[in-house]
Design a protein around this ligand. Structure first.
Ligand code: ZN
Length: 354
């Protein structure tokens, strides 16, 4: 590329991003007060709000083309194990790339062209990290929130599992926040952790999610389980409880003992030992599979070029680099095998690297 053309392109791109930061829209964020609910938006850079009585059943709120279908139900903590599930779609590390989330789910029949659930009694698993990096986190969360309800109505389920970026944002560690959401904080005069506190619709939902789920013979979670958890005889419930009870900590010192372990670098949302040194041995993986009575562990967090199997497909890595905003893949668990689903709707058998 000629240097002059390159300079012109850089200039145009930087002008576009400046433009976005001053005129962008975001929301809604829905705050539950004692007698009223309040929806907040940033519309073309301006603060917009709408107050209404708590809805009896469901209510749609919309401004500047940003809508949310609200429900008055209190989100319950889902179970940790499910059996006899006919099919599973699993996706990870969306990182604010709504168009790729939507595109992949649509391409593989999880949602229809309107964004509604069409996966019947199938289960959709998101193994964490919807937050941070990209500019369409709010859109992604509302879509998953709505699918959660639609799926249950159809006999299916959406499992949004917590990743390290959910934990970071909920605890006010905003280092990876897209610039857009720093503007949202300024325009709405609210911190992002406040907008996801337990007195908000999305915050209440997020803070009642789990860190892992076992469906049929497959365990799903964000980073991975260290072999020591099996050696100590910990159950899935032990790990999930220790993790979720200390999800939002006043300060790090309030996490002690096992509650500290599950939130540190060898805990379920940070661990990378299936892919990087010091690497888990084949025996370690077998110990984990036997102890937790599963045949596969599916994780995100450590980015790969593709959804792919490790340790003879006993470990399946599904962070396919969606965070780059260009393309991505999902894992499909079907009665006749394991497949990688691509953005154009193509399906390929899952392959194992080693
Ligand atoms: Zn992660």
């Amino acid at each position: 590329m000629k240097l002059s053309l390159y300079i012109a392109l850089v200039f145009i791109l930087s002008a576009c991003s400046e433009n976005q930061s001053t005129t962008y829209s975001d929301g809604p964020y829905v705050l539950k007060h004692s007698d009223t609910w309040e929806a907040l938006w940033v519309c073309n850079g301006q603060n917009k709000r709408f107050e209404f009585p708590p809805p009896d059943t469901r209510k749609r709120v919309e401004k500047c083309n940003l809508s949310a279908e609200l429900s008055n139900e209190i989100a319950n903590r889902p179970q940790l194990t499910y059996d006899n599930v006919s099919r599973i779609a699993a996706i990870s590390d969306i990182h604010g790339q709504y168009h790729l989330l939507e595109g992949l789910l649509r391409a593989h029949g999880v949602i229809d062209t309107e964004g509604n659930w069409r996966y019947g009694t199938g289960h959709l698993v998101i193994t964490g990290d919807v937050f941070d990096r990209g500019p369409t986190v709010t859109e992604s969360l509302w879509m998953l929130y709505q699918l959660d309800k639609q799926a249950r109505d159809a006999g299916g389920f959406v499992h949004l599992l917590l990743g390290n970026h959910e934990v970071m944002v909920l605890n006010g560690d905003l280092r990876y926040l897209h610039e857009k959401y720093k503007q949202t904080e300024r325009v709405l005069h609210q911190s992002i952790p406040n907008l996801f506190s337990k007195t908000t619709v999305l915050g209440q939902w997020l803070q009642s999610r789990n860190v892992l789920v076992k469906i049929n013979n497959i365990l799903f979670l964000h980073g991975g389980l260290h072999v020591s958890l099996a050696q100590q005889g910990k159950t899935l419930a032990d790990i999930n409880q220790a993790f979720t009870q200390r999800l939002v900590a006043k300060d790090k010192s309030s996490r002690t003992g096992f509650g500290q372990f599950v939130h540190n670098s060898e805990g379920p949302v940070w661990y990378r030992g299936y892919f990087r040194e010091p690497r888990a041995s084949t025996d370690d993986i077998d110990t984990l599979l036997t102890h937790f009575a599963v045949t596969h562990i599916v994780v995100g967090h450590t980015t790969q070029e593709h959804v792919m199997g490790f340790y003879d497909n006993k470990v399946i890595a599904i962070d396919s680099g969606i965070k780059r905003g260009l393309t991505g893949e999902l894992l499909l668990v079907e009665p006749d095998g394991l497949y990688v689903g691509k953005l154009d709707g193509e399906k390929a058998m899952l392959s194992s690297t080693n």
